[in-house]
Design a protein around this ligand. Structure first.
Ligand SMILES: Cc1cc2nc3c(=O)[nH]c(=O)nc-3n(C[C@H](O)[C@H](O)[C@H](O)COP(=O)(O)OP(=O)(O)OC[C@H]3O[C@@H](n4cnc5c(N)ncnc54)[C@H](O)[C@@H]3O)c2cc1C
Length: 470
C-alpha cells in the first residue's frame, strides 16, 4: 500500500505541469495529482520579491504565443486588465553605443571598419550553400565571417556558455532570421534604422507580481487537494510505478508526466543507462542579478525593454529594464527602478562566484546602464543550476532513445528540461506540451509541439483542435 496515488501523476507545477493539470480538469478527469518540491507554482517562470520589495523574474521573461489555447490561459490567469502591453524594444550595446535590434540591419550606427567587415563577409557567402554541420558553420555560412566576428560568435558564446562548434543548428528555424545583403547595403547607404518593434510587435507583462503572477493564478484554479507542494521526488520505482518523496511518503501512479529535468529524472529512476545517455545532453546554468535603484531610469533607458551585450566589458549577455515592464516591480513606483542581468555558466565558461556581483555592477557602469554614485537599494542574486537546455550535436539522437524508453515505462517527460528542446521551451510551448500530453494520454492525439517544433513555430495557432474549448 502506498500513502497516496492517482492514475496520472504530474511532477512539477511550472507551465508544463499547470498545462497538464488544467487540461485534465477541463476534460473532467479527476484522478490526478501534481507534485512540486517548491512551495509555490511557476518553476523557472516564477517570480520572487526580495527583502527590499523589488520583484524579480528568473531572467527576462517576454511572452510569445503560438497558440490560441495559451492566449485563453493568459486571459483566464489575469484578464486583459491584468497586463501592461509593451512594444518589444530591444537593443545591442557594443562599441560604446546602443544599436537597435536586429543588429545586422542597423550597421550604419557602427564604425566604418565594422560595416566593411560585415559587408565583405556577406558578399563572400552569396550563392554559397548553408553549411549545417554545426551551429558555428551554420552562422558563418548564413551571415558571413564579418557579422560573426563582430557580434554573433561572441554573443552566442556568452548566451549558451558553449562553443558553437558543439551545438547543432537544427533548432534555429524560427530563432535565427536569414539576412538580406541588399537590405543591409541599403540601410547603410541611407543611414536608416530598421527596428524590430512597433505596434504589431508587442508583448504583455503582468501589472503586479512579475511573470510568476500568471502561473500562481492558474495554479489557484487547480483543486487544492490535487497538489502536493514542498514535496520533492526522491526516487521512482518504474517497475512498481511508485514514487518516494523526500519525507518518505509513497505515491502510486499508472502514468507519469514529468517536467523535472530529464537528467535528474534518470537519476531518481536510478537507471544507469538512462543516466549515461542523458549525461550527453548539454545545459548551462544561469545567474540572475537584480539591481534595485533609487530614482528613475536615465533618458536613454526610459523605453528600452531588453539589451544584448556581446562584448567583454561586462559579464552579462542580456539586461532587462525590469521596471519598464511594470513600475510595480519596484517597491515605490515612480521613485525606484530596476535592472535585471543574466550571466551564463558552464564547464566551458566558468565564473568566480566571489567576484561576479562586483563584475556585474562594474559591467553596468562600463555599458552606461548605471553611473558612479547611483543609489543602489537592492542587490539580488540567484543561480539557476539548469537555465538553458543547450541544443548539442548529440541531442536529437539521445532524445530519440531516451523518450521512447521512458514511454515504454509509462513515463512522459515534457517541458523545458523535460523534453530538452530549446526551440519549444518557452512558457507557451511548455504549457502546451503539458496540455498536449494529456490529449495524447486521453485521446491518443499527436503531440505537435514535441514532435513538430518547426511547424508550431511557423505561425500563430497552426493546429487548432476542433473541441479545444471543451
Ligand atoms: C533565464 C531564462 C529566461 C527565460 N526567458 C523566457 C522568455 O522570455 N519567454 C518565455 O516564454 N519563456 C522564457 N523562459 C522559459 C520559461 O521559464 C520556461 O518555458 C518554463 O518555466 C518551463 O516550464 P516547465 O514547467 O517545463 O519547467 P520548470 O519551470 O522548470 O518547472 C519544473 C518544475 O519541476 C519541479 N521539480 C524539479 N525537480 C523536482 C523534484 N525532484 N521533485 C518535485 N518537483 C521537482 C521544479 O520545482 C519546477 O517547479 C526563460 C527561462 C530562463 C531560465
Amino acid at each position: 500500500m502506498t500513502d497516496l496515488g492517482a492514475s496520472i501523476v504530474i511532477i512539477g507545477l511550472g507551465p508544463t505541469g499547470i498545462g497538464a493539470a488544467l487540461r485534465l480538469q477541463e476534460l473532467g478527469h479527476k484522478d490526478f495529482l501534481v507534485i512540486d518540491r517548491a512551495p509555490q507554482a511557476g518553476g523557472l517562470a516564477g517570480s520572487v520579491v526580495d527583502p527590499q520589495g523589488f520583484t524579480w523574474d528568473y531572467g527576462g521573461h517576454v511572452q510569445f504565443s503560438h497558440y490560441e489555447k495559451f492566449d485563453q490561459a493568459m486571459e483566464l490567469a489575469l484578464g486583459t486588465d491584468g497586463f501592461f502591453q509593451h512594444q518589444r524594444e530591444s537593443w545591442v550595446y557594443m562599441k560604446d553605443r546602443f544599436v537597435p535590434y536586429p543588429f545586422q540591419y542597423n550597421l550604419h550606427r557602427l564604425p566604418k571598419s565594422d560595416q566593411q567587415m560585415a559587408l565583405a563577409g556577406l558578399q563572400a557567402i552569396q550563392g554559397q550553400p548553408q553549411n549545417k554541420t554545426n551551429f558555428d558553420t551554420f552562422l558563418r555560412s548564413s551571415f558571413g565571417d564579418g557579422l560573426c566576428d563582430i557580434f554573433l560568435t561572441p554573443y552566442n558564446f556568452k548566451v549558451w556558455a558553449h562553443p558553437a562548434e558543439l551545438m547543432s543548428c537544427q533548432w534555429t528555424a524560427e530563432r535565427v532570421a536569414p539576412v538580406s545583403l541588399e537590405k543591409v547595403q541599403t540601410n547603410i547607404e541611407e543611414q536608416k534604422d530598421q527596428v524590430s518593434w512597433g505596434p504589431n510587435n508587442t508583448f504583455q507583462f503582468p501589472k503586479f507580481g512579475g511573470t510568476g503572477a500568471i502561473w500562481r493564478s492558474l495554479a489557484d484554479k487547480i483543486s487544492t487537494n490535487k497538489m502536493l507542494l514542498g514535496s520533492s521526488v526522491q526516487s521512482i520505482c518504474a517497475e512498481e510505478k511508485i514514487i518516494t518523496l523526500s519525507d518518505g511518503r509513497t505515491v502510486a501512479y499508472d502514468q507519469l508526466v514529468s517536467s523535472m529535468p530529464l537528467n535528474q529524472l534518470a537519476a531518481v529512476l536510478g537507471d544507469k543507462e538512462l543516466m549515461e545517455q542523458t549525461s550527453q545532453l548539454l545545459f548551462s546554468a544561469t545567474h540572475i542579478f537584480g539591481v534595485g535603484l533609487q530614482g528613475q531610469p536615465p533618458e536613454h533607458l526610459k523605453t528600452k525593454c531588453w539589451m544584448y551585450f556581446p562584448e567583454s566589458d561586462c559579464p552579462f549577455y542580456r539586461v532587462t529594464v525590469f521596471s519598464n515592464y511594470s513600475p510595480n516591480n519596484t517597491p515605490r513606483p515612480g521613485e525606484t527602478w530596476s535592472l535585471m542581468a543574466e550571466v551564463s555558466e558552464s564547464v566551458h565558461k566558468t565564473i568566480n562566484p566571489d567576484t561576479l556581483f562586483q563584475e556585474v555592477i562594474q559591467g553596468m557602469k562600463n555599458t552606461k546602464l548605471i553611473q558612479e554614485g547611483d543609489g543602489i537599494l537592492s542587490e539580488f542574486h540567484l543561480r539557476l543550476p539548469q537555465g538553458y537546455p543547450v541544443p548539442g550535436l548529440q541531442r536529437d539522437a539521445v532524445l530519440g532513445q531516451v523518450l521512447p524508453t521512458l514511454k515504454d515505462m509509462d513515463i512522459y517527460s515534457r517541458g523545458r528540461f523535460g523534453a530538452w528542446k530549446y526551440e519549444v521551451s518557452n512558457q507557451d510551448h511548455s504549457f502546451m506540451q503539458g496540455v498536449e500530453v494529456v490529449e495524447h494520454l486521453l485521446h491518443g492525439r499527436e503531440e505537435i509541439t514535441l514532435h513538430r517544433p518547426d511547424d508550431v513555430n511557423k505561425q500563430h495557432n497552426p493546429f487548432p483542435y476542433p473541441d479545444w474549448k471543451a
